[in-house]
Design a protein around this ligand. Structure first.
Ligand SMILES: [Fe+2]
Ligand SMILES: [Fe+2]
Length: 135
């Protein structure tokens, strides 16, 4: 059986239960696409994965932004912009990678999003949220 692309471990937790649950959901979407990556028809999974990610990220970004707003996180507007840019990139890649039958480029986007956004950029708001919500 294909191994998981990302195996969830406690080090991924940021200590905000709702957001940790949603981040787990993202891992599930990424792993599902990775599972089919060696299939001959992997490109068929690209559009549904992008659609699912788009819908799920809409919910996740709204949750994250609502919490940051409530906690008066000073970098909220920058974070909002990064979320908007992620949507734009996803739209573009959905089209281009489907057209070019290029699942590798799409997979790279998923990995970069996980590493650079969830496991790096998202970490910036953790201190503010912990202090505000007394976690
Ligand atoms: Fe996030
Ligand atoms: Fe975020």
């Amino acid at each position: 059986m294909t191994p998981l692309c990302i195996k969830w471990t406690d080090k991924f937790n940021i200590g905000v239960t709702m957001l940790d649950e949603q981040h787990r959901g993202l891992v599930s979407i990424i792993n599902s696409f990775y599972y089919h990556k060696s299939d001959a028809v992997v490109e068929r999974f690209l559009a549904p994965t992008a659609d699912t990610l788009f819908a799920f990220c809409r919910i996740h970004f709204m949750t994250e932004e609502a919490m940051m707003e409530e906690a008066e996180y000073p970098e909220l507007e920058d974070h909002r912009k990064v979320h908007r840019d992620t949507f734009s990139t996803l739209e573009k890649l959905r089209y281009e990678c489907s057209r070019d039958k290029d699942p590798d480029r799409f997979m790279q986007f998923l990995k970069d999003y996980w590493n650079q956004h969830v496991n790096d950029y998202d970490r910036r708001y953790v201190k503010t949220l912990h202090e505000y919500f007394d976690l």
